[in-house]
Design a protein around this ligand. Structure first.
Ligand SMILES: [Zn+2]
Length: 204
């Protein structure tokens, strides 16, 4: 579907809006999502890059994934939802979509990753109580799981590594006690995210 909108310079821009994508059918989508070119368009007139967030659905059958991606602007509306379709995983915003797909691609369990993020953010909040800090999954290797934190210093990313054993221990704990508060507090309906711990009272 083509979606038209106008640039600040007045030019008309046409975006290729892919409402439903199937990762198994086209692996290039993953590259586009990871390198930030997915559903982005450059104004032919002034060169400004536009990346409007629109609601999309992602299917990745070989990973048993059906995901709905909401725009950041729909966050409030999501929390007011009365019914949840639990056959879908929900993420909010394109950065979270890219983060979650990277976790799934690396065969990690999102609950354990979001729990580790909550550990990192709790620690960061103790040191920088005034800052609005976000943690993002980056990659995993032999030395551990790497996260990138933004918001500590303007324009800088803090790289944090968590040992693989802590990930395994967290995952094991989750499998034994899935209803434990540290795990259940990460969920709101079909939306699993450390953002659920950070949401303002207005969204509760
Ligand atoms: Zn323009």
């Amino acid at each position: 579907m083509k979606k038209n909108f106008s640039c600040l310079c007045g030019a008309n821009i046409q975006l290729d809006y892919r409402e439903e994508i199937d990762i198994d059918g086209k692996k290039e989508y993953l590259d586009e999502i990871f390198n930030g070119t997915f559903m982005s368009v450059i104004c032919p007139s002034c060169g400004k890059k536009h990346k409007p967030e629109l609601k999309i659905t992602i299917t990745w059958k070989s990973k048993n994934l059906k995901m709905e991606v909401l725009a950041e602007l729909e966050r409030g509306e999501y929390y007011r939802r009365k019914k949840h379709n639990l056959s879908f995983q929900t993420v909010i915003g394109f950065p979270e979509m890219a983060d979650r797909l990277a976790v799934i691609k690396d065969n990690l369990e999102p609950v354990a990753i979001e729990t580790l993020k909550s550990f990192l953010l709790t620690k960061a909040a103790e040191n920088y109580p005034e800052n609005d800090i976000n943690a993002w999954y980056h990659c995993c290797g032999a030395e551990g799981i790497e996260f990138h934190l933004d918001g500590i210093k303007p324009g800088e990313i803090a790289v944090m590594k968590i040992p693989r054993e802590l990930y395994e221990k967290t995952l094991d704990d989750y499998k034994k006690h899935p209803k434990k508060e540290i795990f259940s507090s990460l969920r709101a309906g079909s939306y699993l995210s450390v953002q659920n711990l950070l949401r303002p009272d207005a969204f509760k």
